[in-house]
Write a protein that binds this ligand. Structure first.
Ligand SMILES: Nc1nc2c(ncn2[C@@H]2O[C@H](COP(=O)(O)OP(=O)(O)OP(=O)(O)O)[C@@H](O)[C@H]2O)c(=O)[nH]1
Length: 332
């Protein structure tokens, strides 16, 4: 289930339950003849049902729908104003479903602020007008509810953030996930065509990766790849992007980089990797295949295939080598 769909269900469930809860309170007040509270309950349930309808209408962009904040501010302000102006016993409990709803639907900080703005008048009125035990019960109950719901919302945000990081980065190396390579490369090609700036690419593979795996195990190889990724991130500049490839391979996309530039950076990377003593593994080497976009290159696959071809050539020339293959310029 996508995050947007999950949020749609959560929001719809939250609005429905809160509307049901408030409607039950309204009916109870009707039974006891508290007509003011009955009408307040009806109005609040109606606003909550508008929230439900809004959730369904905006189901494709729940994360950015601004109407939730407006509706919730309206309903929270309505309850706070009623609590302050109406001497109605037990009305403080009406804040409970709104506290849950605020934190379930709004971003954590905004949900906390709105809940605090509701709870301050509710609790103050309760301490001034109710017996001590009742005020203590209400304060304890609402604050506990606030803490539990805020903790849940924080945990959910945290998990969603980690899932997003995992989707963007390769969990083994920490470089970007390979499935974004083609898309980014195609975008960079379009940008290079539009602006006339050069674009280069490097395919990079660890030499003798299988021997390293059999000597140091898969874990040793993965640690080495993570360390190499860190080193590559230290070398490349901000606009460059680094992707994991199959096995022990990486790809670098280098915007604004001409042939002379990609030769310089490839040689710098080759040296910096081969001159290091890598923890537990010792010295290692890499082969690099470089290419620069020619005026004929409009497809990501063409550029990637040429970088891989250059890397195979580097391998043939004895590894620990950087090799460059130029693109064919367009025929006039
Ligand atoms: N994309 C990319 N290109 C680089 C990088 N480092 C060097 N280059 C290319 O190599 C050329 C020469 O780089 P350097 O030897 O560092 O000389 P420089 O004049 O200090 O390079 P810059 O001021 O970064 O342009 C640069 O103009 C770039 O085209 C890098 O980290 N990323």
């Amino acid at each position: 289930m996508t995050e947007t769909r999950l949020r749609t269900w959560t929001h719809a469930g939250g609005y429905t339950l809160a509307a049901g809860f408030i409607a039950i309170l309204a009916l109870q007040n009707l039974r006891y003849g508290f007509y003011n509270l009955f009408y307040l309950g009806l109005a609040m349930a109606a606003v909550l049902l508008v929230g439900l309808a809004y959730t369904v209408i905006c189901r494709r962009h729940q994360l950015s729908a601004p109407g939730h904040a407006i509706l919730l501010t309206l309903i929270n302000a309505g309850l706070a104003a009623t609590v302050v102006t109406l001497d109605a016993p037990g009305i403080g409990h009406w804040a409970a479903p709104l506290v849950v709803l605020n934190l379930l639907i709004l971003p954590l900080r905004r949900g906390l602020l709105l809940s605090a703005a509701l709870l301050v008048p509710v609790l103050l009125v309760s301490w001034f007008t109710s017996p001590l035990v009742a005020a203590l019960n209400l304060t304890g109950g609402l604050l506990l509810l606030l803490a539990i719901t805020a903790w849940y919302a924080w945990r959910y945000d945290h998990m969603a953030e980690s899932a997003k990081d995992l989707a963007l980065t390769d969990p083994v190396t920490g470089a970007q996930n390979p499935r974004f390579l083609d898309e980014t490369l195609q975008k960079e090609i379009s940008r290079a065509i539009a602006t006339g700036h050069p674009l280069s690419m490097i395919a990079l593979d660890l030499d003798h990766a299988e021997e390293i795996r059999s000597l140091h195990g898969t874990r040793g190889l993965q640690t080495l790849l993570r360390n190499i990724t860190r080193q590559l991130f230290d070398i490349i500049r901000a606009g460059d992007s680094l992707y994991s490839g199959d096995d022990a391979m990486f790809f670098l996309v280098l915007p604004f980089t001409p042939e002379e530039g990609v030769r310089v950076i490839a040689e710098r990377i080759r040296r910096s990797i081969s001159e290091q003593e890598w923890p537990e593994v010792g010295p290692v080497a890499i082969s690099l295949g470089c290419t620069t976009r020619s005026s004929d290159d409009t497809q990501a696959e063409t550029l990637k295939a040429r970088a891989l071809q250059a890397m195979a050539e580097a391998r043939q020339r004895g590894a620990d080598t950087a090799w460059f293959i130029p693109g064919e310029p367009a025929q006039a």
